[in-house]
Design a protein around this ligand. Structure first.
Ligand SMILES: Cc1cc2nc3c(=O)[nH]c(=O)nc-3n(C[C@H](O)[C@H](O)[C@H](O)COP(=O)(O)OP(=O)(O)OC[C@H]3O[C@@H](n4cnc5c(N)ncnc54)[C@H](O)[C@@H]3O)c2cc1C
Length: 480
């Protein structure tokens, strides 16, 4: 069986402006696991007889699941299940408990350090669970393997939309298990904040629905819960009215990241744009150019005026466009850096009061800025409420994202150690990590990361996944 695995990267491969001398040595050959024993294949076929989905045990098909977007961790699963319904999942989870087998869960595999992979155990490929139904004007129910692009296509046809959209090639389950940020997160929260209800298969194989009022302990342990307590099979998401058009302008700041970030903060206080993001791209002659994306949603014919939208900004130039809403939400569907190279990207949140110093330090030092392409956004903290989505605690916080795409000859371990050091620096300033980043983490690091949310998370883990069959790829809860 052949299965295309989506690989998309952030814009800008590397700055070209910095020295890599401090960090380049060699990249070890990928460690490829031995073949799965055929006894597991036979046993699986026997125990999962009658399920609607596919069980994959042949070598070539399993090998197609050996990488994620980060291309740092290489693991071939013993077997892959492509479930067609929640009953398939329940059956696998019950089998895994009986056999003490680990289960990994994969959405679109855009994690950086093996979070959606498994070596010893069965990997679930969620992509066939992709139905979408609009329940009413205010709610859409989606299966967890759907991509947001497919969800948007359905909802936009009904002139409705999600309050927060992230990159449309990502999966529902992967986004809700991490956090799901997008360009409207600055005042609308994360995707997990806009989730009304979930259907899950717990780690003990039970099919349950949960929300803020039904099984709330489970609901809060699953949203941003990295698949530790349950597998998300369906989500009910909030809908709002979709605008007909978006006035979308890029404001350019040459190489001045801090000036651009200050204008971003100004815009978040001012509120003139719905969509707010700050990105960088590589100049053809090397170095980085920073730009703010400002998107104002409107219904035709009430297009806002560019002169009003650019008031008070310090951009040196700008590039306006008028898009239909469909053109707007489809803008990122092309693959702009899908190359098979290691990508140890780092996503942090940093309190706004500490952002300037942290970013200046990182970008001015050649040993920390090698191959970097930073992207930022600013978020209002009060729009975020889910306990496991750990973000810095200040009125405004910056998502501080350092993308890196490395040559195969780079010393990956050195870059992972650098990520850890940058994370520790940010943490010292009151910052946090986002969970799909490439930062090596042990269970004690996770306990510290979750902080006050840890006791309830641990209790939910013991209640809903007592055999600890889920989530070992992320190493949050130590195996006995
Ligand atoms: C090019 C690119 C663009 C990105 N853009 C964004 C963005 O716009 N917004 C954003 O928030 N993040 C973004 N990310 C960060 C992040 O990697 C993704 O949010 C995350 O990987 C979710 O997408 P996925 O479907 O690929 O999930 P995966 O990487 O497949 O899974 C992520 C985690 O969720 C678990 N999981 C997956 N499905 C389920 C399920 N059904 N039930 C329980 N657990 C599950 C996995 O085991 C894993 O631990 C981006 C990453 C890349 C590489």
């Amino acid at each position: 069986m052949e299965r295309p695995i989506s690989r998309r990267a952030f814009g800008g491969l590397m700055t070209g402006a910095v020295s890599t001398a401090a960090l380049s040595v060699s990249f070890p050959a990928p460690a490829v696991r031995a073949q799965a024993g055929s006894s597991l294949a036979r046993d699986l076929s026997k125990n999962l007889q009658g399920i609607a989905g596919d069980v994959i045990v042949d070598d070539a098909s399993r090998a197609a699941y050996a990488d994620d977007f980060g291309r740092i961790v290489h693991k071939i699963p013993d077997a892959v299940l492509i479930p067609r319904d929640a009953a398939d999942l329940a059956k696998l989870v019950q089998y895994a408990n009986k056999k003490k087998l680990n289960i990994g869960i994969r959405g679109m595999g855009h994690s950086m350090l093996g979070q959606a992979q498994i070596g010893r155990g069965v990997l679930i490929d969620m992509s066939a669970l992709d139905s979408i139904s609009i329940l009413d004007n205010d709610r859409v129910e989606v299966e967890a393997g759907s991509t947001w692009g497919a969800v948007m296509a359905e909802t936009a046809a009904a002139k409705r939309t999600l309050p927060v959209i992230n990159d449309t090639f990502l999966s529902v389950g992967g986004s809700l298990s991490t956090a799901g940020f997008g360009p409207t997160t600055w005042n609308k929260g994360l995707m997990v904040d806009n989730t009304l209800e979930l259907e899950v298969v717990t780690g003990s194989g039970e099919l349950l629905r949960c929300s803020e009022s039904t099984n709330p302990d489970l609901f809060l342990a699953v949203l941003s819960g990295l698949g530790q307590c349950a597998i998300i099979t369906r989500a009910v998401m909030k809908l709002v009215a979709a605008p007909t058009h978006v006035h979308f302008t890029k404001f350019f700041y040459a190489d001045d990241a801090i000036r651009a970030a200050h204008d971003l903060a100004f815009l978040a206080k001012d509120g003139r744009f719905n969509h707010l993001d700050l990105r960088s791209r590589t100049y053809p002659f090397g170095g980085l150019e920073y730009y703010i994306e400002g998107g104002a949603f409107y219904d035709d014919p009430d297009e806002p005026k560019l002169d009003d939208l650019r008031k008070g900004l310090h951009a040196s130039s700008f590039e306006p466009k008028t898009w239909t809403y469909e053109e707007y939400y489809r803008r990122a569907e092309t693959c702009y850096s899908c190359i098979p190279a290691p990508k140890p990207s780092l996503y942090l949140t940093v309190p706004a009061s500490k952002f300037d110093a942290f970013v200046k330090n990182t970008l001015s030092d050649p040993s920390t800025s090698a191959y970097i392409a930073p992207w930022f956004s600013i978020w209002r903290r009060d729009a975020q409420k889910r306990p496991l989505a750990r973000v810095a605690d200040e009125e405004f916080i910056y998502r501080t994202q350092f993308n890196r795409v490395l040559p195969n000859s780079a010393d990956i371990e050195a870059f992972l150690a650098l990520n850890r050091a940058l994370y520790e620096h940010a943490r010292h300033l009151g910052g946090t990590r986002l969970t799909t980043s490439a930062i090596p983490f042990e269970p004690q690091d996770w306990e510290r990361h979750y902080g006050p949310a840890w006791p309830a998370f641990k209790t939910a883990k013991e209640k809903y996944d007592p055999g600890n069959v889920l989530g070992s790829s992320v190493n949050v809860f130590a195996k006995a």
